[in-house]
Design a protein around this ligand. Structure first.
Ligand SMILES: NC(=O)c1ccc[n+]([C@@H]2O[C@H](COP(=O)([O-])OP(=O)(O)OC[C@H]3O[C@@H](n4cnc5c(N)ncnc54)[C@H](OP(=O)(O)O)[C@@H]3O)[C@@H](O)[C@H]2O)c1
Length: 232
């Protein structure tokens, strides 16, 4: 059974991906801070509570996952954990900006680095990053958020060039507005008649993982056919 380490597994896109991949037969090791205890998780979807911005806690969790899967690295790494931060740039608090940078950019880079050496040695692995359409456009009221997503895309594209000879696949997804809790602190939300849903992203990842070994989907933009946001 192939193993998947998935961050952001407790909610939104990550939760949908975890459920789909466990249905597909993967052994999923999901990280989040707070898991909904009223949910019944499949037996092959394991939950680990951890704040990925706390490096000590993160390292202990990664070690625990290594022990449980019995190898130094999972087969697949999916980075879905992320937070949003919206508003005029000068109105944003330093602590919130630091949290944004650490969650959206630092943690996925550190987690990838932890496993990359072994993946290269083993000559197999697939790393998937949840970037965003914001990576490629101007983001007024979301300058720093967009910068973290552009940073992730840049990191992933360079990583693919560095690691492709070691048979490592690297994929970046750039979804548009998806109905999740990401916008909890924004003054707008997704309009459910014109947005994506977490299952759309889960379907996409399930498909990407089913592709032949000879190809890599490097970058994929996913947009709803119609696009509308709603003021709260
Ligand atoms: N929703 C969209 O429109 C959209 C569009 C493009 C890209 N994305 C990207 O998709 C990814 C998933 O977001 P989502 O929409 O599914 O939002 P979400 O429902 O808010 O989920 C975010 C996930 O990240 C986890 N997380 C956040 N901070 C964490 C931390 N410090 N330590 C551990 N886990 C942490 C959350 O865990 P807890 O809840 O347990 O804290 C949760 O599982 C993000 O990277 C986001 O930028 C979203």
């Amino acid at each position: 059974m192939k193993t998947v380490l998935l961050t952001g597994a407790s909610s939104g896109i990550g939760l949908a991906v975890g459920l789909r991949l466990s249905e597909d037969g993967y052994d999923v090791y999901g990280i989040g801070r707070t898991f909904d205890e009223s949910l019944t998780y499949p037996v092959n979807f394991h939950q680990f509570s951890c704040d990925i911005t706390d490096t000590k806690q993160l390292n202990a969790t990664l070690q625990e996952i290594r022990t449980q899967i019995g190898t130094p690295s999972p087969d697949i790494l999916i980075h879905s954990a992320g937070i949003g931060l919206y508003g005029l740039q000068e109105s944003l608090q330093t602590e919130d900006l630091q949290m944004l940078l650490r969650t959206n950019l630092e943690a996925p880079i550190l987690i990838t680095t932890e496993f990359l050496g072994f993946m290269k040695q083993r000559k197999s692995g697939h790393i998937i990053f949840l970037s965003s359409v914001t990576a490629k456009k101007s983001n007024t009221y979301g300058c720093a958020y967009g910068a973290t997503k552009a940073g992730l895309l840049s990191f992933a594209n360079s990583l693919f060039d560095e690691a492709r000879k070691n048979n490592i696949k690297v994929t970046t997804l750039l979804p548009d507005m998806t109905q999740t809790n990401l916008y909890r602190n924004a003054d707008f939300t997704a309009d459910e008649t014109a947005c994506l849903f977490p299952d759309d992203i889960a379907d996409t990842i399930s498909y990407i993982l089913s592709c032949g070994d000879h190809l890599n989907i490097t970058e994929l933009t996913i947009q709803p056919q119609k696009h509308r946001i709603r003021k709260k």
